[in-house]
Design a protein. Structure first.
Length: 109
């Protein structure tokens, strides 16, 4: 049961999750991170580390919706092992509805 990055991460990218993951299983896209589901050891420490509650277990409703997206882009995006600087406008995107369709269009869950 891996954990999954969901819509709240989009354009926020606070990256506190990266600092706490013991197995470096996050991957970084330009607009959000995803978790590689085959590498996640289900430790759960990243879930409370995210300030916008973007990380969910894959048996939660939102986690289920985003699992295939995480699995797909974990194969395409590069591994990220260190927290970087969040976007300057991260707080403007916090909690904004409809981010997924705006940013990912047809690829959005
Ligand atoms: Fe990493 Fe643990 Fe979060 Fe999985 S649950 S992404 S192993 S910190
Ligand atoms: Fe995204 Fe939260 Fe990590 S906003 S980058 S999942 S700390």
């Amino acid at each position: 049961m891996p954990y999954v990055v969901t819509e709240n991460c989009i354009r926020c990218l606070y990256m506190d999750c990266v600092s706490v993951c013991p197995v470096d299983c996050f991957r970084a896209g330009e607009a959000m991170l995803v978790i590689h589901p085959d590498e996640c050891i289900d430790c759960g420490v990243c879930e409370p580390a995210c300030p916008v509650e973007a990380i969910r277990p894959d048996d939660d409703k939102e986690g289920m919706r985003w699992l295939a997206f995480n699995a797909r882009f974990a194969e395409e995006w590069p591994r990220i092992c260190e927290k970087g600087t969040p976007p300057a406008d991260a707080d403007d995107w916090r909690g904004r509805p409809g981010k997924s369709a705006t940013v990912f269009g047809a690829a959005a869950p």
